[in-house]
Design a protein around this ligand. Structure first.
Ligand code: GRG
Length: 293
């Protein structure tokens, strides 16, 4: 199967999984479940769940990774809903649609985010109960990536950095590594765990995710500075307008483009060490760096 057909097949599996594993919009309280589904069904690239499924397939996927993939997308969507809230980034547009608090209201958006975060762990507990060691490893990996030292810690430092005009390169790297790369690494590792990867392969997946995350965030900053709102599906130029320290502000456009290329090359070098050389994931990294997906 070529790359695009494989990507399409993964996305269809993910959409089916989301449809089946997330409570219906009519489930009581319907307003809450409708808000959860509104944000999930707004689309998005499904990058994290695709990473889960593709990493699992590298090792022959001993256990079905779909529930883990759906859990990662629920968790990611919660972080987007909360990031858009007035007390955080205060954004009106996400995934090409009004943000959850604009479409519903602030309290509903807050609760929908809380519920998606909780649902992620309910899915892991429910669907991997027959393999307790796998269930524990997935919980450890995903909770670690989402917790106070990684995703939420990165978000905290990001908010603190907004108030500073002397943010250093290493402070910005901390934010990127934790706000962005942690969830990408956890997605690859979760797939590896479902597939039965050994410790050294899990470490390689973690390393690939770290480099992919840095490349991804640098490209995100470049796009924020160069693309328009319609192309992005979210408000463009917002970071620059808010005086926020971005990769582009700190290093300039040329160096940012060079660093993005270096990080994506490092991600590909890590992937080359995995079984079969991980051709699908390698092309995915190339497309992410060029943002053609
Ligand atoms: C509120 C705990 C908490 C965390 C928020 C995800 C996040 C952290 C902030 C969103 C803003 C941002 C630029 C985050 C960096 C990661 C990133 C680029 C997220 C967007 O991910 P995509 O592009 O989104 O994969 P889609 O919509 O395609 O899923």
């Amino acid at each position: 199967m070529d790359f695009n057909a494989q990507l399409q097949a993964y996305r269809e599996r993910i959409e089916h999984g989301l449809g089946a594993l997330v409570p219906a919009a009519t489930t009581r309280p319907a307003r809450l479940h409708a808000a959860m589904r509104y944000s999930l069904e707004a689309g998005g690239k499904r990058l994290r769940p695709v990473l889960v499924l593709a990493a699992a397939d590298l090792f022959g996927a001993k256990t079905d990774a779909l529930s883990a993939a759906v859990a990662l997308e629920c968790l990611h969507t919660y972080s987007l809903i909360h990031d858009d809230l007035p007390c955080m980034d205060n954004d009106d547009l996400r995934r090409g649609r009004p943000t959850a608090h604009k479409q519903f209201d602030e309290a509903t958006a807050l609760l929908a985010g809380d519920a998606l975060l909780t649902l992620a762990f309910q899915l892991i507990g429910r669907h991997y109960a027959a393999t307790p060691a796998l269930c524990a490893a997935l919980t450890r990996e995903i909770a670690g990536a989402a917790g106070s030292e990684r995703l939420i810690g990165g978000q905290m430092e990001d908010l603190l950095a907004e108030k500073k005009n002397d943010v250093t390169a290493s402070e910005l790297e901390f934010i990127h590594l934790n706000k962005t790369a942690a969830m990408l690494s956890a997605s690859l590792v979760a797939g590896g765990l479902c597939g039965g990867a050994n410790e050294s392969q899990l470490a390689t997946l973690r390393d690939a995710g770290r480099h992919l995350g840095l490349a991804f965030q640098i490209v995100d900053d470049i796009l924020d500075a160069t693309a328009d709102t319609a192309t992005l599906g979210k408000t463009a130029g917002k970071d620059a307008k808010a005086g926020k320290t971005t990769y582009v502000k700190l290093h300039g456009l040329d160096a940012s483009r060079r660093h993005a290329r270096e990080q994506s090359a490092a991600a590909k070098a890590a992937l080359a060490r995995l079984p079969g050389g991980a051709p699908f994931l390698t092309t995915l990294v190339e497309n992410m760096a060029a943002r053609t997906m």
